[in-house]
Design a protein around this ligand. Structure first.
Ligand code: SF4
Ligand code: SF4
Length: 246
């Protein structure tokens, strides 16, 4: 396990999983921030990497990890897609797949505990990781008639505070309420934790297929966005930036 530029939220989520002790029992750890200080990238069956690449020295570290690992897994949205540092104008934030071949991703900021726990146990048993290829709306408790939802003018990023709690009177799709929700272009797999708490999907699990940026451009062209939200460029860089291969 290695951590590149990150907030350590993915590793801390991993460490706090109920099943983490079982994972430890089934594996031998070569290196793991917070657990072992000795950096040892000698031959491993699996390497997990958290965080994006923002420094040139991290590319060499990554290549060394790749050379010594049978399987390489990007842990979290920073490693998988570049992540939140994409909002910075000063720092680069590249996904690790820009520099090395990646076998699996465990997306999320941080990854949802069920998704992460199941993925860890599959890795420990040498099973391939499978992610849903459906979008968030597919299983969303607020899923209504999406065709109709795309006609409401979208003027807000968040509901007002007093409307944030969902209840039986407040079960309408965010798009139908004029609030931007990225569920249509985001992979399901988080058990709708934000939506259940009255917060629209921000897209941290990344796209169910293809490229996030092109999906986002297509989606935004389909909904009547207010002029103010049209100027919100952060939406393109918040979790995932366009990937420019070297
Ligand atoms: S994906 Fe989110 S939780 Fe994980 S390191 Fe990046 S910012 Fe932190
Ligand atoms: S747009 Fe958002 S609130 Fe509406 S169905 Fe999709 S995920 Fe749910």
């Amino acid at each position: 396990m290695e951590s590149l530029t990150s907030c350590s939220g993915c590793i801390l989520t991993l460490l706090s999983l109920d099943i983490f002790p079982q994972f430890l029992e089934r594996t031998d750890i070569n290196f793991f921030p917070f657990i072992s200080d000795k950096k040892d990238f000698t031959k491993s069956d699996i390497a997990l990497v958290e965080g994006c690449v923002s420094e040139p020295s991290q590319i060499e570290t990554l290549k060394e990890i790749r050379k010594n690992s049978n399987k390489l897994c990007a842990l979290g949205t920073c490693a998988a897609f570049g992540g939140i540092l994409g909002l910075s104008k000063k720092k680069r934030s590249d996904p690790i797949s820009k520099f090395v071949e990646v076998d699996y991703i465990i997306p999320g900021c941080p990854p949802p505990i069920n998704l992460l726990g199941n993925a860890l146990m599959d890795l420990a048993e040498n099973k391939p990781l499978k992610l849903s290829e459906k979008n968030m709306c597919y299983s969303c408790p607020l899923n209504g008639d999406m065709k109709n939802n795309l006609t409401t003018p979208i003027t807000k990023l968040f509901p007002q505070n007093h409307k944030i709690k969902l209840n039986h009177n407040n079960q309408e799709c965010f798009l139908k309420r004029g609030i931007l929700c990225l569920g249509p272009i985001t992979r399901e797999g988080c058990d709708h934790q934000c939506i259940e708490r009255g917060v629209p999907c921000e897209g941290c699990l990344g796209p169910p297929s293809k490229d996030y940026t092109s999906n986002l451009i297509n989606f935004l062209s389909l909904i009547p966005l207010s002029n103010q939200l049209k100027r919100y460029s952060g939406i393109f860089n918040r979790f995932s930036k366009p990937i420019l291969k070297r």
